[in-house]
Design a protein around this ligand. Sequence first.
Ligand code: NAI
Length: 243
Amino acid sequence: MSGRLQAKVALVTGAASGIGAAVAAMMAAEGAVAIGADLAAPPGGIVLDVTDEAQWDAGIAGILAAHGRLDILVNNAGIGFSRLVTEMTLAEWRRVQAVNLDSVFLGCRAAFRVMKDQPGGGAIVNVSSILGLVGQPETSAYSAAKGGVTLLTKSLALEAAQNGWPIRVNSVHPAYVQTAMIDQAVARAGDPDRFRRHLERIQPVGRMATPDEIAAGIVFLASDEASFVTGTQLAVDGGMTAR
Ligand code: NAI
């Protein structure tokens, strides 16, 4: 299918790599003006450190100046982090919250301010994780941030509906996806091959997802096909949270 996002203006954070790059490409293929953002600008995109309030203001202002509207925001940028709680510093904890949760608040706030009064409203998709739905040892900081994204999403969906603002807010929850984030975790493991096989085996379908498989769920939620879908959590996880 193509043209599902025809003429929509979309901002995708963390678009230089992995899931974000796949989302930006798929949205462009569906007819959107897809603007990727990252710490270093992706091709045709913008520089936006998602932890920086002033950079959000400047980034959104630039998009409005160039395109006149913002229809879709995908809050995808994030970092992985694993540490025993007894060994975690407060600075590490705060960094994970800043990149993975504060950023989503900043993005949603900026988008709400534009979309609430804009004809046609808008759609926001927040990339959480299965670790925003269930716990796991040694990922407490990451899970706390991603769980925060889950409930931030639900609360903002209800806030939009209550105020009559035509904004849908949903979250996507991938299991393990073949991206740089996973490559780095595998490389850090004592036995990388064994750890990679472990990540594949713990998913009921026996493999990791491709970035495109996650992007497909995000594109659906961002599109008008999901016009009655808000405040939901789409697990794209090979069955991992089904058991
Ligand atoms: P990735 O490491 O391939 O890409 C993440 C991108 O975010 C990078 O381009 C990076 O430069 C960017 N980024 C990091 N900090 C940033 C900041 N402060 N401002 C702007 N951009 C920043 O990772 P991947 O796997 O594509 O992850 C995307 C999202 O999916 C993340 O939120 C991650 O937590 C989530 N996720 C990933 C899973 C996986 O197995 N790969 C599983 C579940 C969720």
